[in-house]
Write a protein that binds this ligand. Structure first.
Ligand SMILES: Cc1ncc(C[n+]2csc(CCOP(=O)(O)OP(=O)(O)O)c2C)c(N)n1
Length: 658
């Protein structure tokens, strides 16, 4: 291995040596502890340390790094205290996740590190968001995100690199090419000769370096970082290396040819660097021995503290409270002038006034800039707020939702517009695994509102008409609002944007231009989690939301003899149990109505809750009416048959007769 110290001082060289020694010595200790059964699992980065350490040493301490499972050197080079780090691995309170997530799956803003979720690729979109936040704030910083060679097969990698390319984001996309993804060799994972070549496909630079040579790694990243801070753009950096141990310790390396192991053993990044420094006279054997002893002592001290820690005592209230970022809503009362607005104008108004109120709010979505979005909700926004805040995105839902989390880390609010709610599937993982869990896992809020143009009634077929709120209803950490009228549409949108937690905001496309109302011109918000009693009666409670409210009103107008409570839930997560209970106690009969398909819909949960908590008030079984359990058909006759409206009256009569 050839080292070239270039202009670097002895002190820099020595500091790099200490930094690369630390993860190696920790790992050696961990492997012993694993054999002694004192730790449970270990993902080894032995042989790859030069990459983590070289990169982290090259960046400024306040520049974010998003490491993977083999990047212990990132954590140690950022001087994370050993006792807390070890406690994190042990799942104890002193760690960074209160025992909620394991190993390297955590972040800490104190150290400017955002740890992975298990899914690997989503890290890249988050890195884009952090870099974008820096750009928007005029801060000259780079963000670095790690990938294994296997992880680059994920769409998330592709999307994020593409977004960074289009937006000139200063992100270092690092690929640790270590020959295998679990047991799968490179030849079965990808066909490019070098990951540097991938840059061509994205229209960005790509470089390939010896990832086992710490001076080459440090020099490459130092030079690139300096350059990217001044001239923001993404670069792919392939670091060629090898994984010397099993994917995780228990899985072994039987599938790796012996000769390959032997070849790479000769390229060990720690041993070679140590040898070079000794030969150069930068250090002597005494320095090596003293340093090793010092680090080992630090490790022992850290372990002593970490092992004294007991596992967290479970406190259900704390577990539940930490799901969301604390936020006490101060409802902004509606006042001032009023004017008639369509549902769609109310959304547009709420969005515009939120942009005025929060100068750190950024809008992202396909065709939302000059074109104004496919429904024209953001028409004229670019002229008013500029292109940096009203951002056209490539068709990369996952990277963009991930970027929303990254923006949040950079203290920037965001709204992500799904062109149609159906397309949220492409960003699903980011929403349910990253945004929803971030606060509970490591205290990081996701200040993101995802707007979801939803619903049927426009004969738009199975992929432009779905109701998919139930997919998210089941996910702790999210909040869901679903207005049925212009007043609520504006007030709930503004409220969702104010709240630092992640929201799904469902807006029914059919209502866009069919619903009109006179609503306040000024900014106002509506209390989250509060249902609205649309009409009052003693015969039956119809619990619904969205289009259901309109169907219920229409059917009831043809049944003047029926006196019904109609409850518009407005917020689905958390839904208003109090209002539901009060209504059930008044009427004793419940019909839950929703446009979403029946099985596994929101109505099932509400019905179960009513049966359990309002049983004594019930005079009849809780009934539901919802769409057929089929995909949504295109032809209007089929679509009408699919939707519950045609079955509503019959079901209501059945319930009233019971
Ligand atoms: C989306 C997803 N699919 C599968 C896995 C299981 N898994 C965890 S690590 C891994 C291999 C990763 O290989 P690579 O990205 O090359 O990183 P390396 O482990 O070699 O450092 C796999 C398949 C996962 N975590 N996430």
């Amino acid at each position: 291995m050839k080292f070239n110290r270039k202009r670097y001082s002895d002190d820099t060289l020595k500091s790099l040596y200490e930094s690369i020694l630390r993860p190696r010595l920790i790992e050696e200790k961990m492997l012993i502890l694993l054999r002694q059964n004192r730790i449970s699992k270990w993902f080894s980065g032995i042989g790859q340390e030069a990459i983590s350490v070289g990169l982290t040493s090259a960046l400024d301490p306040e520049e974010y790094i998003l490491p993977m499972h083999r990047n212990l050197g990132v954590f140690t080079t950022r001087n994370m205290p050993f006792d807390r780090l070890f406690a994190q691995w042990q799942g104890t309170m002193m760690g960074y996740t209160k025992g909620r997530d394991r190993s390297f799956h955590f972040g800490t803003n104190e150290h400017h590190i955002v740890g992975m979720i298990s899914h690997l690729g989503p890290q890249n979109g988050v890195a884009d968001g952090i870099a974008l936040a820096d750009l928007l704030k005029g801060e000259k910083k780079v963000t670095a995100v790690f990938n294994g060679d296997g992880g680059t097969s994920e769409g998330d990698f592709h999307e994020a690199v593409n977004v960074a390319a289009v937006w000139d984001l200063p992100v270092l996309f690092i690929i640790e090419n270590n020959g295998y993804g679990l047991s799968t060799p490179s030849i079965e994972q990808f066909r490019c000769k070098s990951f540097a070549d991938k840059g061509i496909g994205y229209g960005i630079e790509g470089v390939s370096i010896d990832g086992n040579n710490i001076l080459e790694v440090y020099d490459t990243f130092s030079t690139l970082a300096k350059d990217l801070r001044e001239k923001p753009r993404p670069v792919i950096v392939e670091c060629r290396t090898f994984r010397m141990r099993g994917h995780e310790e228990a899985s072994g390396t039987k599938y790796v040819p012996k000769e390959l192991m032997e070849t790479w053993a000769k390229k060990d990044p720690v041993e070679n660097y140590e040898k070079y420094l000794l030969e150069e006279g930068v250090i002597d054997q005494k320095f090596v021995d003293t340093l090793r002893k010092k680090i080992k002592k630090e490790i022992e001290a850290g372990l002593e503290v970490a092992f004294q820690e007991t596992h967290p005592v479970a406190d259900t209230n704390v577990e539940l409270e930490d799901v969301h970022s604390p936020f006490t809503q101060q409802v902004v009362a509606a006042g001032g002038n009023q004017s008639e607005k369509r549902f769609i104008d109310a959304i547009s108004d709420g969005l515009r006034q939120s942009m005025e109120r929060f100068d750190n709010l950024v809008l992202m979505g396909q065709d939302i800039a000059e074109y104004g979005g496919v429904f024209k909700i953001t028409e004229g926004f670019v002229e008013k707020f500029g292109r940096s805040r009203v951002r056209n995105t490539p068709i990369c839902e996952s990277a963009i939702v991930g970027a929303g989390l990254g923006l949040s880390i950079g203290k920037v609010k965001s709204m992500v517009e799904m062109q149609f709610a159906d397309f949220v599937t492409e960003g699903f993982n980011q929403i349910v695994n990253n945004l929803a869990k971030a606060h509970w896992r490591w205290g990081q809020n996701a200040d993101v509102v995802v707007r979801m143009p939803t619903g049927a009634g426009t004969a738009a077929g199975p992929f432009h008409s779905q109701s998919n709120e139930a997919w998210f209803f089941h996910t702790p950490g999210l909040k869901i609002v679903y207005p049925s009228n212009p007043y609520d549409a504006k007030g709930l949108l503004c409220a969702a944007i104010e709240d630092p937690n992640p929201y799904l905001y469902f807006e029914h496309k059919f209502l866009y231009r069919t619903e009109k109302a006179t609503i306040p011109d000024d900014y106002y918000t509506i209390e989250i989690g509060k249902a609205k009693l649309i009409s009052e009666g003693t015969d039956v409670s119809i619990i619904t939301y969205g289009m259901g409210v309109h169907w219920a009103k229409e059917i009831l107008s043809s049944m003047p003899e029926v006196k019904a409570d109609v409850i518009d839930l407005r917020t689905l997560l958390p839904w208003d149990k109090e209002a539901v209970q009060a209504s059930v106690e008044r009427t004793g009969r419940v019909l839950i109505l929703h446009e979403d398909t029946l099985t596994g819909g929101v109505g099932g949960e509400i019905a179960a809750w009513i049966s359990e908590h309002c049983f004594k008030s019930l005079d009849a079984p809780v009934m539901r009416v919802a769409s057929l359990d089929t995909p949504i058909p295109f032809a209007p006759t089929l679509e009408q048959n699919f939707l519950p409206k045609g079955r509503l009256k019959g079901k209501l009569e059945e319930l009233l007769k019971f």
